[in-house]
Ligand binder design. Structure first.
Ligand SMILES: Nc1nc2c(ncn2[C@@H]2O[C@H](COP(=O)(O)OP(=O)(O)OP(=O)(O)O)[C@@H](O)[C@H]2O)c(=O)[nH]1
Ligand code: SF4
Ligand SMILES: [Mg+2]
Length: 392
């Protein structure tokens, strides 16, 4: 994997009214003309994201948005998309046109950022066109796309603010095991495994072991028993959730066992809520509506888990008729109240912020939420065992 995946990048989003100079600023920061700029209001219709290295901070994903206050015919739809971005945003840059400062719009945005605990900064744009008295906004930055120095100042201030306010994503194993731990990773190489590469959670876990000075031993399920016999010390076995049951029968009870998906859920979201959520399986009504939320489309093997394996397993486990509905990518529904259960995929392509917000929406709607790995573990009767590693 050459590049840091989007899910591990800090998501910075540029918000502001239409025509406030968002796209011009976006192009300046990334150093290329990627977003369309024009004097017409509502030029940007869909979010545009660029993955980049913010030297001095690290890998980020910068997003330009359709402006707030768009009065065109499809303005509402554009703003809906912009508002959805708030769920993913780790840091917000609010742009305000210095020649037409809309205080009410700024205050509304500020209230929304604060409500969602999104750290933010105010940037006055088009500073070449005027410099009104902005004493009360001592923390704001004034920029002009015609003045490279002002963009440099903005970049420096942004790095400082990001360093101060954005939390690093939790390590997968760092807080759970000691540095010299040995971890055995069980990676089935079957017809569903992509050719010539590993999938993101596997790569991430190997890197996490190296970051923490741990030893990672990778094996297929077929070599697991022999490997366990040969190794003197094993602190944890991590398996693909699809073969949880089989692996749990091979790994002796004295060795801790969990899955990639559960480690990911712990680092990104809230493993305790997700494991509680799985218990809803025991009380689901007949014809229960279950939302299967998949964060991306490009892994066909997941299609099989989400669309065939889990539905089949749950129908068998509950003995009930269950109705499964699917949301894909960023189309997580706003209204969850009609669902009896939400089962999310591992979310390896989502940043932690998105995952935490989705869990929060489920909690607010009073709908139990779990994920693929946790539900597979629960239905296989090994959830308690696979949660031991998270007990402190
Ligand atoms: N003089 C001057 N003009 C600017 C500056 N930044 C942007 N503009 C102009 O302001 C207008 C709007 O700029 P955009 O970058 O398209 O603004 P936007 O916020 O992306 O607009 P929407 O996508 O429509 O919401 C364009 O005509 C830009 O050339 C600046 O720093 N100085
Ligand atoms: S569907 Fe979810 S778990 Fe599967 S690859 Fe996509 S983000 Fe990762
Ligand atoms: Mg724009």
């Amino acid at each position: 994997m050459e590049k840091t995946p989007l899910s591990l990048r800090t998501h910075i989003t540029i918000f502001g009214n239409t025509n406030s100079g968002k796209s011009s600023l976006f192009n300046k920061i990334i150093g290329q003309e990627m977003a369309i700029v024009s004097e017409q209001e509502g030029t940007t219709t869909d979010p545009v994201t660029k993955a980049m290295e913010l030297i001095g901070f690290g890998p980020v994903a910068l997003t330009d948005t359709a402006g707030w206050g768009d009065t065109t015919q499809i303005g509402d739809k554009r703003q809906e998309k912009t508002n959805k971005l708030l769920d993913r945003t780790d840091f917000a840059v609010y742009t305000a046109d210095i020649t037409a400062f809309d205080r009410t719009a700024y205050e509304d945005a500020l209230a929304e950022f604060d409500r969602r605990k999104i750290p933010h900064m105010l940037v006055f744009t088009k500073s070449d066109l005027g410099k009104p008295d902005l004493k009360e906004f001592t923390d704001a930055v004034c920029v002009s796309v015609k003045d490279d120095k002002s963009i440099e100042e903005l970049r420096n201030k942004l790095i400082k603010k990001l360093t101060k306010t954005v939390k690093e994503e939790k390590s997968l194993l760092g807080g759970l095991l000691l540095p010299d731990a040995t971890v055995v990773l069980v990676i089935p190489i079957d017809s569903e495994a992509p050719k010539g590469r590993l999938i993101l959670p596997q790569v991430q876990l190997i890197r996490d072991c190296l970051d923490n000075g741990m030893r990672a031993v990778c094996v297929r399920d077929t070599e697991l028993a022999k490997t366990l016999d040969e190794l003197k010390k094993i602190d944890l076995v991590v398996t693909d959730s699809q073969i949880f049951k089989k692996v749990s029968e091979i790994v002796p009870e004295r060795i801790k066992l969990t899955s990639f998906s559960m480690l990911l859920a712990n680092a990104k979201g809230d493993i305790k809520t997700l494991s509680e959520g799985a218990k809803a399986l025991d009380t689901l009504p007949d014809k229960a509506r279950i939302l299967m939320a998949e964060a991306c489309t490009h892994n066909t093997s997941h299609e099989d888990i989400g669309r065939v394996k889990i539905p089949g397993m749950l129908r068998k486990y509950t003995g009930k008729e269950l109705e499964f509905e699917y949301s894909v990518h960023h189309d997580f529904p706003d209204d969850l109240s009609d669902y009896d259960l939400v089962i999310h995929c591992g979310g390896c392509m989502l940043n932690a912020k998105t995952m935490q917000n989705r869990i929060e929406y489920c909690k607010k709607a009073g709908v139990p939420v779990t994920n693929y790995g946790v539900v597979l573990s629960y239905a296989s009767g090994i959830l308690t065992r696979s949660m031991e590693i998270f007990d402190k």
